[in-house]
Design a binder for this molecule. Sequence first.
Ligand SMILES: [Zn+2]
Length: 164
Amino acid sequence: MLFLYFKRKQVFDPLALVMAATIIDLEPLYYMLIGEALDHQIWHGYALSLTVYPVLISLTVYSVERVFNERLWSTYNSLRLKPTKIRYSMLSIFLSSLIGSFSHILFDMFTHESLPYVIYPLAFGSNPFYIGQFSGIVEVAVVTLASYSLICWVRSNKNEKSLQ
Ligand SMILES: [Zn+2]
C-alpha cells in the first residue's frame, strides 16, 4: 500500500503503512516457531486488527518518529523515499496503520483457508471468505499493487533527476 505515500506524502505515513501491514505476521511466525499448527489466530481478525492493533502500531510509530527523527531522515533518504517530513500527526499515523492492517487481513481473508478468527466474535471456525483455487487472483492483485508502489517509487526518483 506504499503507493499511497507516493501519491500523498503529506497524508500517508510510510512507516505506519509498512509496520501495520507486516508486524501482524509475527503472529503466524510465532506459532510456526513454537510448532502450533493453527498459526493464524486472534490477531488475524477484524475485531483486533481494526482496533487494538492499529492503536498499538500508532503509538509505536508516533514515538519512533519523535525519538529517532534524525535516523529516519537518513534511512528514508537512503531508501530514496524523498521524504517531505518524518513526524506525522496522530491522525495520519492512525489512518495509515488502519489501511495497512485492513489490507493485510483483506488479502489474507481470501487466500488463507484457516483463518478462524476473521470475523470473530460474529462467527468462529471456518473462514467463509476463502476462495480456494481462485485465491491466485488475489495474489495477482497483491503483486500488481506492490509493482505499482515500485513504479511510483521509481517515478518519484526520475522526476527528481529531471528537475536537476
Ligand atoms: Zn497474515
